[in-house]
Design a protein around this ligand. Structure first.
Ligand code: BGC
Length: 470
């Protein structure tokens, strides 16, 4: 009995050892909570394989309608030669910003100027006419401020949403994503809507010659310099990739048999998982982010990866860690309890600083969220949380790229990449490659290259190719 009593007594620790013990215990709890985000090589391989199945479904005319990865035809069947010349306009609607770009191309030299316009939040959900009138207004503002009003300039429209194209200049919106939900656009040709808005103003000589997804623009602008480019990747507000597919594999394409042997396919891989194939790896936070989005049950892959959602995923994970008592003394500040108070830029910047072993960024962010004196341990734990979320995002992209690289099957391909999350986090590139390398067949070599303004230059290049063929 006496012996038992002795065993039950907690060891008496000195103050320093006790403090260290608590720090270690807290760290272990945080690392344990984050484990849900640390996927195994097998998990990533399953993602690669699932994407392969869904792409086959998307390309096949019998399964296309039900496919979650839509594999949309782009009608772009050649890449630039590098000799494109002329003056072009491009419009770029990607996330919350809208850009008008003017490009003058001359033998591998490009002069480019652009203006960026912020889209008012009410336009994202208001009537279609208001949104397209806004685009036309920005275009007119740009044209007059650059004295281009008397020249007829071909325009490429980068519209970064899923669009079913029947030709290079006709595209019907399949669904909105990334916070847009304007009624009256799904099911309609967005080029026609833009042309109508331009005509309503009647003050411009513009010819819309092509509608382009941002991934296609990225592939084209990279191919302009690197002729082996066969994949275009975007990881920004949303995520997606396009790739060169052999037309003989696209059974839903019933085009001319004399048509070129390849076509760029816009995979719309954001929809992977919409039929449940990713349920084994989605977390409870992924599910909350999805149910509170403007498009629940859709684009589930994108919601685990891209800038529109990652901040909120991280915030929910942080709150779980605080509630466990292991972070920030268990105190949830008013600021951090507000949805969207932890944008993806925080996650990315804290992760970057983590790579450089610098806790100052985490400290500043915590200060801005109402924590006046976070401990170093809290900052380090926050860094761990942010890095975990970013690593999962980049690794999922790596797994999906491995699928496209093996599918193309060439000994060597170049991949053009763009998007804010990819560009602004210097480790993202390396992390994509770390996973892709593990999953790609060894005989398939590749390079990942940051593209130069895919959405602007790529659309202009397509406009150039189309105008030449017209
Ligand atoms: C859209 C894609 C786009 C991607 C990246 C997704 O939400 O559906 O069309 O390419 O975002 O901008």
């Amino acid at each position: 009995m006496a012996e038992l009593d002795q065993e039950e007594q907690a060891p008496v620790l000195d103050e320093k050892t006790a403090a260290e013990y608590i720090l270690k215990a807290n760290r272990n709890v945080i690392h344990d909570i984050c484990k849900e985000y640390e996927l195994s090589e097998e998990d990533y391989r399953n993602v690669k394989d699932a994407l392969m199945v869904e792409i086959n479904n998307g390309l096949c005319k019998y399964t296309h309608n039900k496919a979650t990865v839509k594999c949309l035809l782009t009608h772009v069947q050649s890449v630039p030669t590098g000799c494109e010349k002329g003056k072009y306009l491009a419009l770029d609607l990607g996330g919350t910003k809208f850009r008008v770009i003017y490009l003058q191309m001359d033998d591998l030299a490009v002069k480019e100027c652009f203006m960026t316009y912020q889209i008012r939040p009410e336009l994202l959900i208001g009537p279609a006419r208001d949104l397209f009138d806004f685009f036309a207004e920005c275009l007119s503002n740009f044209i007059y401020s650059h004295q281009l009003e008397n020249v007829e300039i071909p325009l490429g429209f980068t519209f970064s949403f899923p669009v079913k194209q029947v030709s290079i200049d006709k595209g019907v919106l399949v669904a909105w994503s990334k916070g847009f939900s304007c009624p009256g656009v799904v099911g309609r040709d967005v080029v026609a809507l833009l042309n109508e808005a331009i005509e309503r103003r009647g003050d411009m000589l513009v010819r819309v010659v092509a509608i382009v997804n941002d991934t296609t623009g990225t592939l084209m602008s990279t191919a302009w310099k690197y002729h082996n480019t066969k994949i275009g990747l975007i990881v920004g507000t949303g995520t997606n990739a396009c790739y060169m597919e052999k037309t003989k594999n696209i059974s839903m394409y019933d085009g001319d048999i004399l048509a070129p042997a390849v076509m760029i396919i816009n995979t719309e891989w954001s929809g992977l998982g919409d039929n449940g194939v990713l349920e084994g790896i989605r977390t409870k936070h992924d599910r909350v982010v999805d149910s509170e989005s403007t498009n629940p049950k859709a684009h589930l892959f994108e919601k685990m990866i891209s800038g529109m959602y990652l901040g909120e995923v991280a915030r929910l994970l942080i709150i779980e860690c605080i509630e466990s008592g292991a972070l920030l003394n268990g105190v949830i500040s008013d600021a951090i309890s507000q949805p969207k108070s932890f944008p993806t830029s925080f996650v990315s910047e804290i992760d970057r600083a983590n790579e450089d072993c610098d806790i100052l960024v985490a400290k500043t962010v915590l200060n801005s969220l109402g924590y006046s004196a976070p401990s170093d341990a809290d900052c380090e734990n926050l860094q761990h949380i942010c890095s975990t979320v970013i690593i999962r995002s980049a690794s999922l992209v790596g797994a999906a790229l491995a699928c496209l690289i093996d599918r193309i099957g060439d000994p060597y391909v170049t991949i053009g990449a763009d998007g804010s999350l990819y560009r602004l986090n210097k480790s993202y590139h390396r992390r994509i490659l770390a996973t892709a390398r593990k999953l790609t067949r060894p005989e398939h070599k590749y390079d990942l290259i940051p593209s130069e303004d895919g959405s602007g230059r790529g659309a202009a290049l397509i406009a150039a190719i189309v105008s030449k063929n017209a």
